[in-house]
Write a protein that binds this ligand. Structure first.
Ligand SMILES: Cc1cc2nc3c(=O)[nH]c(=O)nc-3n(C[C@H](O)[C@H](O)[C@H](O)COP(=O)(O)O)c2cc1C
Length: 206
């Protein structure tokens, strides 16, 4: 048993506030992307692409959009939840070193994707596995990752020139951090608490 993998899994955090903005060496970025690209995928379709975003103007534009969407979400909350949400930072788009946008191409490996005929979402699951590989590899490299989902897909597709039919799945902020918190931000801010394992494991039937 290799305890280092478990250590990385449990050390991984979603990061918003701890990015330093320090550079990421090219070989480190290459290792992290290679780990993402080594993920399993339905029918070996490898339906992901990675857009590395360094451009400050693109990040500014995206950041403004994220903050408009933050207001859209905030308007759906009752007064007590809105107060708690107001204290929570939801992105590190401007403070992180760079971002990686991960996309899903439904047509990759088609038309007969082995294993997807009955479950169309299996392609999307594959992209999420690439994202998790990226997240764990970045943690092993002492980098932080922050997944930002406060955006409308057509807006992000237009901003990055993503071709029609390809879906943006995640905007990931990436970079060196001062430290990784030991408790998720949402737990630290009293938004939600993690469930114990015993509550989610079932035996033989749900
Ligand atoms: C699909 C997905 C979307 C997420 N979107 C956001 C987001 O927009 N902003 C944010 O601050 N965190 C986002 N997160 C991070 C979660 O809030 C975080 O994973 C969760 O609170 C548990 O914390 P941990 O990742 O540090 O264990 C997202 C995570 C996932 C998996």
């Amino acid at each position: 048993m290799d305890n280092r993998l478990y250590d990385v899994i449990h050390r991984r955090r979603d990061v918003r506030a701890q990015f330093t903005g320090a550079p990421i060496p090219d070989e480190v970025l290459h290792r992290v992307l290679s780990a993402a690209h080594a993920a399993p995928s339905v029918g070996l379709s490898q339906p992901w692409d990675f857009v590395v975003v360094r451009d400050a103007a693109i990040r500014e534009t995206f950041h403004e959009h994220v903050h408009r969407e933050r207001e859209v979400f905030a308007a759906t909350l009752d007064a007590s939840a809105a107060r708690r949400f107001a204290r929570i930072k939801i992105d590190g788009v401007l403070e992180s070193t760079l971002s990686i946008v991960v996309t899903y191409d439904r047509d990759r490996g088609g038309p007969a994707v082995l294993g997807r005929h009955a479950i169309a979402d299996a392609g999307l699951y594959s992209v999420c596995l690439a994202i998790q590989n990226l997240w764990l590899a970045a943690t092993a490299e002492d980098l932080g990752v922050g997944w930002v989902s406060f955006y409308r897909e057509p807006f992000l597709a237009g901003l990055l020139g993503i071709p029609a039919g390809i879906r943006p799945v995640a905007w990931l902020c990436l970079g060196p951090v001062t430290h990784l918190e030991t408790t998720p931000d949402l737990e630290r801010h009293g938004w939600r608490h993690r469930r114990p394992l015993g509550d989610v494991v079932h035996h033989d039937r749900w």
